[in-house]
Ligand binder design. Structure first.
Ligand SMILES: NC(=O)c1ccc[n+]([C@@H]2O[C@H](COP(=O)([O-])OP(=O)(O)OC[C@H]3O[C@@H](n4cnc5c(N)ncnc54)[C@H](O)[C@@H]3O)[C@@H](O)[C@H]2O)c1
Length: 310
């Protein structure tokens, strides 16, 4: 019998997960609190699958669509599921309510994973009967183009839960990254936050233009980062590897770390100042068109990287 996956919350992230699980051969049962989202779901998921086909990330379009069905209640979507991916809005009370209902509606061995961007699992699973099968599995947006998924356990998440979730995502072609303990922001957004803090400080101080700052990443650091992470990067940036790098440059970085950006760099005033210095058409249609162009180029980059590995 094919394993069944429940998708709870069918917006941007839930839709993408539905296509990925179905592409991997799972039967997918989808529920959303908004019946209108479920009414539109068949059309929306068909469009998403068309995009995947165009990007050469999906071959069996009709088989994938045939494995996905919407359900009128959470309990029906959860029935028989061995894995649940929750993607409701980022509100703690939603996660608490949904996890309590899912804990009751699924077999005790089913894994219940949340896509939450920033709420650690201990805040919405503590009182559950079978809390050892719950964890955060945080994707990047959109999961069908950016394969990393962060697995963050609560203190009571079983090792076996992490093992099974890791194997499931890896089999689907995603790249699971395991954490050993909860940290605010997990790994991805802590790294993104550190970089953004410094970027917003430099822009706020007028030290560099937006074009110059973005070029520093796009035409500089980011080129290497598409191939390797920052640790492998520094291992290759000194003849003797990472310890040699720390010997040569550690003092400089330690000096910078003594003077971190202040929380004010994230203020609305600073964002408005940067937006005014970098005029763009920020109408919803224009943002959408730029997102589509970005996603097309991301898909091409993924194909290129995949061909390098094969
Ligand atoms: N968008 C991103 O960049 C991104 C990236 C990674 C993780 N996430 C996380 O994924 C989750 C979903 O985000 P999204 O971007 O898909 O949001 P979204 O607004 O696109 O979708 C949320 C969906 O949940 C539905 N919903 C509302 N209340 C609900 C409830 N009580 N139960 C079930 N469904 C309900 C809404 O109708 C909507 O369809 C959030 O926790 C978010 O932090 C988002």
């Amino acid at each position: 019998m094919t394993d069944t996956v429940a998708i709870i919350g069918a917006g941007l992230i839930g839709r993408s997960w539905s296509a990925l699980f179905a592409r991997a051969g799972y039967q997918v049962q989808v529920w959303d609190a908004d019946p209108g989202v479920l009414d539109r779901f068949a059309g929306d998921i068909a469009t998403l699958c068309d995009t995947l086909v165009a990007e050469k990330l999906l071959t069996d379009r009709n088989g994938t669509l045939a494995r996905i069905r919407t359900c009128p209640t959470l309990e029906e979507a959860a029935a028989g599921a061995s894995f649940v991916q929750e993607n409701a809005p980022e509100r703690i009370e939603f996660k608490q309510d949904l996890f309590a209902r899912l804990d009751a509606a699924t077999a005790p061995e089913a894994i219940i994973a949340s896509s939450t961007s920033a709420i650690v699992a201990s805040r919405f699973t503590e009182g559950l009967t079978h809390r050892e099968r719950c964890l955060v599995c945080h994707p990047a947006n959109p999961p069908h183009l950016i394969p990393v998924v962060e697995l963050c356990p609560a203190p009571w998440t079983a090792t076996e839960t992490l093992d099974r979730a890791e194997a499931i995502y890896a089999r689907m072609g995603q790249v699971p990254v395991r954490m050993t303990a909860e940290r605010d922001g997990f790994v991805l957004n802590r790294l993104q936050g550190a970089l953004l803090a410094e970027a917003l400080r430099l822009l706020g101080e007028g030290v560099v233009s937006v074009e110059g700052l973005d070029a520093t990443i796009k035409d500089g650091l980011g080129l290497r980062w598409a191939l390797m992470g920052p640790i492998e990067t520094i291992d290759l940036n000194a003849p003797g590897g990472i310890v040699d790098y720390a010997t040569r440059y550690g003092g400089f970085y330690a000096r910078l770390a003594q003077d971190p950006a202040s929380p004010e760099v994230f203020s609305i005033e600073n964002a408005e100042k940067i937006a005014a210095a970098w005029p763009q058409d920020r109408s919803p249609e224009s943002i959408r068109a730029r997102q589509d162009r970005r996603d097309g180029r991301l898909a091409a980059l993924r194909r290129h990287l995949a061909s390098e590995q094969s």
